[in-house]
Design a protein around this ligand. Structure first.
Ligand SMILES: *[C@@H]1O[C@H](CO)[C@@H](O)[C@H](O)[C@H]1NC(C)=O
Ligand SMILES: *[C@@H]1O[C@H](CO)[C@@H](O)[C@H](O)[C@H]1NC(C)=O
Ligand SMILES: *[C@@H]1O[C@H](CO)[C@@H](O)[C@H](O)[C@H]1NC(C)=O
Ligand SMILES: *[C@@H]1O[C@H](CO)[C@@H](O)[C@H](O)[C@H]1NC(C)=O
Length: 501
């Protein structure tokens, strides 16, 4: 009976009932309470005049749910398990640190882990022997999305830089900023929104940039002055494949380069008498860092995997400890594809100066080329965390990796996704302390893939890092360098190339 009457009053007299002198008034914050997605909020309500609420009934409920309060305080007990979605998320709380709580009429509600379904009105109803009253508070929230994710795609004589970010509420805006006035941003996509399963928004856009103009591009996603995320990328000097202008020419030159290499191996015996500049000139024109595979091979170190330091129960090694892949136990725990970070294994070698080069094979005979893998370096004191964010340069990890979904990417900040047309079967890694750089090469095409800067604490030693990923048939295998290609067995120069560390 009483309930029906209350509902009636709410509808016709609004939230505030003014009653006789000893009556209770529920006084709530009139401002919309703004919360952050996933965090906690306080919905402040209190009784005026100050009244001890310990012996009253307090009912917090969503519109039209008087009978199913998310929090009910009755007979001096709090009941919070009446509504499934508020179990473990609601409690009575203090509206400010000075509040003396229920005793002085503070009936505020605390909500934890707020989500989109919490947006809207909350009713607070308080009743005693002589009177009852109710009022409402309005809750809204914002969700700060992820750092934008940039990816590059090379086109004829331009690059297509795209930016995406998810986890926003409400819809954010997206702005491209260029440091170069001449950077022509005329061709660009106005933001495209999509809704995630949880109701939060993703935003996406791209711009076409001339690859001849160097530029620093920023993708800025904004909700409000305080809620924005941006990432920047240097285009030009730092382009992953710098002179990727015309693919056809590049391909032809790469072919020439390979032919030149083959020639060099065939005439290796005569190499002393021949000038090396010929070979270099062919390559210099289209390789960004003026490298030659032959120079790299001189820096080769012999890598042995340290199988004592990894999750042996999930990894299988060959006898020589230079090949590794996931095993059946791993398949039981880690489903699908990709590279669970727990499957990382490092080399026994430690580096702190000079240059070191090694190669890792991703393709073995009779099995498809690996799609899930990680190759790079880590500081020797690294630890494996459950948090993906921890595998960052800041935490001492630098790597190139691949998974079937995202293709090739490097863990720069921001993460850079590499052009889809690179599908290496063998990766060369050059760790160069003189330049503080880590470079990756596509050995099959003798092509540079990407160079990343390494900032480490001085003297911190680095170890080679590998992860064979999950679900690939092919092992990840350290190439025994220069013994495979065009190298007559027992050639003395073969051991030159295999410096042990
Ligand atoms: C609500 O509380 C505020 C501050 O405590 C007070 O100024 C105001 O008069 C109250 N309103 C009512 C209707 O009691
Ligand atoms: C609420 O918390 C208890 C104790 O932490 C837990 O056992 C229970 O599963 C939780 N219930 C829900 C619906 O989350
Ligand atoms: C730029 O790349 C995105 C995919 O990353 C694609 O959807 C878009 O169509 C491209 N723009 C142009 C002009 O090719
Ligand atoms: C991008 O964010 C950084 C802080 O993370 C800030 O210093 C910088 O001004 C921002 N750039 C733009 C264009 O908003």
């Amino acid at each position: 009976m009483k309930e029906t009457f209350v509902c009636f009053c709410l509808v016709f007299f609004g939230a505030r009932l003014v009653m006789a002198s000893d009556t209770i008034t529920v006084n709530c914050s009139k401002n919309i309470i703004m919360g952050k997605y996933g965090s906690s909020v306080v919905l402040p309500c209190w009784l005026t005049p100050v009244t001890d609420a310990e012996n009253l009934e307090i009912r917090w409920y969503r519109p039209d749910q008087f009978k199913n309060p998310l929090l009910l305080y009755q007979n001096r007990k709090v009941i919070t398990d009446l509504v499934e979605m508020y179990i473990n998320r609601s409690s009575l709380t203090l509206r400010n640190p000075q509040s003396a709580g229920l005793k002085q009429g503070d009936v505020s509600l605390r909500l934890d882990n707020i989500g989109l379904s919490d947006i809207g009105i909350f009713h607070c109803y308080v009743s005693g022997d002589k009177s009852y009253n109710s009022n409402t508070v309005k809750l809204s929230l914002t969700a700060l999305g992820s750092f934008p994710h940039l990816s590059l795609e090379h086109r004829h004589d331009s690059v297509n830089l795209s930016c995406s970010s998810c986890g926003w509420f409400p819809k954010p805006s997206l702005l491209w900023k260029s440091t170069n006035e001449k950077g022509d941003l005329s061709e660009r996509q106005s933001p495209i929104y999509s809704e995630q399963e949880n109701g939060l928004f993703c935003i996406y856009s791209w711009v076409i940039l001339s690859s001849s103009v160097s530029n620093s591009m920023t993708c800025l996603v904004t909700l409000s002055e305080d809620e924005k995320r941006n990432v920047s990328l240097e285009i030009g000097a730092g382009l992953p494949v710098e002179n990727s202008g015309v693919w056809k020419i590049l391909f032809t030159l790469a072919l020439l380069c390979v032919l030149a290499l083959v020639g060099i191996f065939l005439f290796r015996f005569y190499r002393k008498y021949k000038s090396k500049s010929e070979y270099k000139e062919v390559c210099r024109d289209e390789q960004p860092n003026d490298f030659s595979m032959e120079e790299l091979w001189k820096e080769t170190v012999n890598i042995i995997l340290d199988k004592e330091s990894c999750k042996k129960e999930f990894l299988s090694f060959n006898k020589q400890d230079d090949a590794v892949r996931d095993n059946d136990e791993a398949a039981k725990i880690y489903k699908g594809f990709g590279f669970p970070y727990e499957l990382c294994v490092h080399g026994r070698n430690k580096f702190s100066s000079g240059r070191a080069y090694w190669e890792v094979g991703l393709k073995q005979t009779n099995v498809p080329c690996k799609k899930s893998w990680l190759i790079g370096v880590a500081k020797a004191s690294y630890t494996i965390s459950n948090n993906k964010e921890d595998f960052s340069p800041g935490k001492g990890f630098w790597f190139l990796c691949s998974d079937p979904e995202n293709g090739l990417h490097v863990n720069t900040e921001p993460e850079i996704v590499l052009p889809k047309n690179i599908t290496p079967e063998s990766i060369g890694v050059l760790l160069d302390f003189s330049k503080s750089e880590l470079s990756f090469y596509n050995v099959t095409d003798s092509a540079h893939i990407f160079t990343m800067k390494i900032k480490r604490n001085s003297q911190e030693e680095l170890v080679p890092l590998f992860n064979p990923g999950i679900g690939d048939k092919a092992p990840l295998k350290i190439n025994p360098l220069r013994k495979i290609q065009a190298e007559p067995e027992g050639n003395a120069s073969g051991s030159d190339a295999n410096q042990h560390v």
